[in-house]
Design a protein around this ligand. Structure first.
Ligand code: NAP
Ligand code: GDP
Length: 338
């Protein structure tokens, strides 16, 4: 591994982004292309970025994963690829979330080791944290108790990445680390009505209610609290972590713990952003999931210095605008006829 760690240093960086066609991958591509070249978050002259999709390589398969690495010979990897879903999809497919994500992560981490990748940043989620733990969540308490039962499959698969990162470092000296984002939203999100996260799901439902003059129904009680991060802010933080952070311990990538928003406040903001005139109801027969999981961004801010997060309402307006302009090409899943 010694020679591998040196490979490419000071020379060309070939940066492979797995899951490069998803919400976060597209945001990284946007930031790399739109921030001034050579700036902290913009493209640098010695960098080549590759954004891989599942059709290029199904990362559940070791042979396809190896082939992808052989093709691009990445010196650096941001690993985003995962089976992803919101609360309801996680509740339905716990084993599938566990198995597929374990397979994907194991293949990517091992291929990164075999190909002497200089640096690997993998993506976890605040779901990895224990359900019953002191708040705010910090990087130190990932493994101190079982995760919330609603998504234990996904959470355990993601937790194992942190365990593997430590093991690859101790046994082979690999420079592997991880990022822990809170709930993400933005352009190119998954706007499926049932299998998505709360913001894209509710944007789509609210849009249909406005267009078809049908009821707008929000799942659960509206009381749970979440921290949301705009995908393009998160993209900058991933670029920072890849270039400037060299430690195996994870970093929570989040707005401050004082910026929790209730699901009702999210629904109200979506109603405003979509311009829906009617009233809406809560379907309290549906699950609320974890009540809250406030995460601290102290470590992040102490390392990155100055960073400006996009205000929630502005980010939501940009996401709604993107959704309306791209409805025909967006990931909208099956939409019942009006
Ligand atoms: P997303 O929009 O659903 O994108 C998932 C990406 O993974 C897509 O590029 C997809 O490729 C790829 N992928 C899925 N299965 C694959 C497979 N078997 N082989 C190769 N690629 C595969 O998800 P996202 O929201 O951007 O999530 C990115 C990362 O952030 C994930 O690791 C997720 O766990 C984490 N995260 C997300 C959130 C959130 O709120 N969205 C919150 C915390 C953490 P195709 O496009 O070709 O299908
Ligand atoms: P989580 O942050 O991992 O729990 O995932 P979600 O982004 O799916 O957020 C779940 C929270 O939003 C729960 O409290 C749900 O009851 C609530 N919620 C309300 N409406 C919806 C919806 O249409 N889709 C989803 N996924 N959650 C919703």
């Amino acid at each position: 591994m010694e020679g591998g760690i040196q490979k490419g240093r000071g020379s060309k960086w070939v940066i492979l982004v797995t899951g490069g066609t998803g919400l976060v991958g597209k945001a990284i591509e946007y930031v790399i292309e739109n921030e001034p070249a050579g700036s902290r978050f913009g493209k640098r002259p010695n960098e080549k970025w590759i954004f891989a999709s599942s059709s290029e390589a199904d990362l559940r398969d070791p042979a396809q994963t190896r082939k992808l690495y052989e093709k691009y010979q990445p010196t650096h990897v941001i690993h985003l690829a995962a089976l992803v879903g919101g609360l309801f999809k996680n509740m339905k497919y716990k084993l599938t979330f566990l198995r597929e994500n374990i397979l994907i992560n194991d293949n990517v981490l091992h291929a990164s080791y075999e190909h002497k990748t200089q640096k690997l940043v993998s993506c976890l989620s605040t779901c990895v944290f224990p359900d019953k733990v002191e708040y705010p969540l910090t990087e130190l308490n990932i493994h101190n108790g079982p995760p919330h039962e609603s998504n234990f499959g996904y959470a355990h698969a993601k937790r194992m990445v942190d365990v593997q990162n430590h093991a690859y470092k101790e046994e082979f000296g690999c420079n592997f680390t991880s990022a822990i984002p809170t709930n993400v939203f933005g352009p190119h999100d998954n706007y499926d009505l049932e299998d998505s996260h709360v913001i894209p799901g509710l944007i789509h439902k609210c849009y249909l209610a406005k267009k078809n003059k049908t009821p707008f129904v929000v799942s659960g009680t509206g009381k749970p609290l979440r921290q949301f991060i705009y995908s393009r802010d998160l993209a900058k933080l991933f670029i920072w972590q890849l270039r400037e952070y060299d430690d195996v311990e994870p970093v929570i990538l989040s707005v401050g713990e004082d910026e929790e928003v209730s699901i009702k406040e999210v629904a109200d903001a979506i109603v405003k952003a979509v311009g829906f005139q009617g009233s809406y109801t809560f379907d309290t027969s549906r699950a609320d999931g974890q009540y809250r999981k406030p995460a601290s961004n102290k470590k992040l801010l102490s390392l990155i210095g100055d960073f400006k997060f996009t205000p929630f309402e502005e980010a939501l307006n940009e996401s709604v605008k993107w959704f309306l302009e791209n409805y025909n090409n967006a990931r909208i899943g099956n939409v019942p006829s009006a």
